[in-house]
Design a protein around this ligand. Structure first.
Ligand code: NAD
Ligand code: IPM
Ligand code: MN
Length: 353
């Protein structure tokens, strides 16, 4: 029987609350299937660990994680620990070290999910954002000169390599071809006169190899407007690290909220483990109350099942989330209910039975 070894980094704030439900759901799926199982190993890394040890994770963490089939992550960040330290020493480090250069973020309005857009239907909001996840604006390149002086200068350099740009665009074209969908590139060549002009030229170049894929190209400001005014224009979307970060929170807002937004950090070559996580943060405002929505984590568990080739189970999880929301009886407060995180996990397990 296939045994999937999963490293669980529940992290901070609502991370442990929501990931706990995802783990229970995955265990239940394995039991129902009977053909595979999960072996979860929990790592207590994150901001508490940092406050005790001065490190977000131990020095050999990357070596340790290499032995796993996947990583299941909750959220990172606690007030009192600088965000650029907590995130760079854990989440971003894992994405970079494991070359998880594809960040797949579905923006899909499921049945029963609340939508703030007047008249928008589930068919209108159904896209997948392919976010570049290894370089670009989040390469971490820069400098801080003359600190505190009058001539202080801060440089944050975007890094767009040919390899990095081409591979993410190619990945998106392959996905669009496979799914017979249109592909939209989101960039900003009018103002970012090096990086985004380059991005656009690589997009045009790679497009020539995929004459069967219908393409569009938008500036990020206009794209943001169309996300709200006319989201049905978008099917597969490819964009840079920063733009992908921002438009997927916008995407979450039009597709049910942060409590429903999932993401997969993929190393397509499978040389390193991939990482599955809700895209939301540690939500300190609601942490510890047991009221966070675990559906984003459960959706990312569905992405993990897809990644392992169990697309049937991946789809069943999405169906279960939809059924839960259509019934509308067991929802957390962000979705207008008063159920606890745990009760939502229980309800999903009940639906799967
Ligand atoms: P956030 O996503 O944590 O919260 C934004 C808002 O959405 C809050 O009002 C929160 O209560 C709500 N929310 C988020 N997830 C929810 C859920 N599952 N159920 C119900 N409501 C939910 O973003 P933020 O407040 O900007 O950041 C908080 C911390 O998290 C910061 O330290 C930040 O750096 C970090 N962060 C981490 C990740 C990650 O680990 N992947 C992602 C984003 C932010
Ligand atoms: C996300 C998060 C991270 C990102 C932060 C916490 C570094 O916002 O996964 O969307 O920007 O990638
Ligand atoms: Mn984000």
């Amino acid at each position: 029987m296939k045994n999937y070894k999963i490293a669980v980094i529940a992290g901070d704030g609502i991370g442990p609350e929501v990931i706990g439900e995802g783990v229970r759901v995955l265990e239940h799926v394995a039991k129902l299937d009977g053909g595979f199982k999960f072996e979860f190993t929990h790592f207590p890394w994150g901001c508490d660990y940092y406050l005790q040890t001065g490190k977000m994770m131990p020095d050999d963490a990357i070596e340790t994680l290499k032995q796993y089939d996947a990583i299941y992550l909750g959220a990172v960040g606690t007030p009192g620990v600088p965000d650029h330290i907590s995130l760079w020493d854990l989440l971003l480090k894992i994405r970079h070290e494991f070359d998880q250069y594809v960040n797949l973020r579905p923006v899909k309005l499921l049945k029963g999910a609340p939508c703030p857009l007047k008249d928008a239907t589930c068919e209108d909001i159904d896209m997948i954002v392919v976010r570049e996840n290894s370089e670009g604006e989040y390469a971490g390149a820069g400098d801080w000169l003359y600190r505190g002086q009058e001539n202080e200068i801060v440089l944050q350099t975007g890094v767009f390599s040919r390899k990095g740009t081409e591979r993410i665009i190619r990945y998106a074209f392959e996905l669009a071809r496979k799914e017979k969908k249109t592909l939209t590139s989101i960039s900003k060549g009018n103002a970012l006169n090096y990086s985004m002009v380059f991005w656009d030229s690589v997009f045009a170049e790679v497009a020539k190899e995929y004459p069967d894929v219908k393409t569009a190209s938008y500036l990020v400001d206009a794209a943001s407007m169309f996300f709200v005014k006319d989201p049905k224009r978008f099917e597969v979307v490819v964009t840079s690290n920063l733009f992908g970060d921002i438009i997927t929170d916008l995407g979450a807002a039009i597709a049910g909220g942060m409590g429903l937004a999932a993401g997969a950090n993929i190393n397509p070559e499978r040389k390193f483990p991939s990482m599955f996580e809700p895209i939301h943060g540690s939500a300190p405002d609601i942490a510890g109350k047991g009221i966070a929505n675990p559906l984003a984590s459960i959706w990312s568990a569905s992405q993990m099942l897809d990644f392992f080739g169990h697309e049937d189970w991946g789809a069943k999880l999405i169906d279960a989330i939809e059924q839960l929301m259509v019934e509308g009886k067991t929802l957390t407060c962000d979705l207008g209910g008063n159920a606890s995180t745990r009760e939502v996990g229980d309800a999903i397990i009940e639906i799967l039975k």
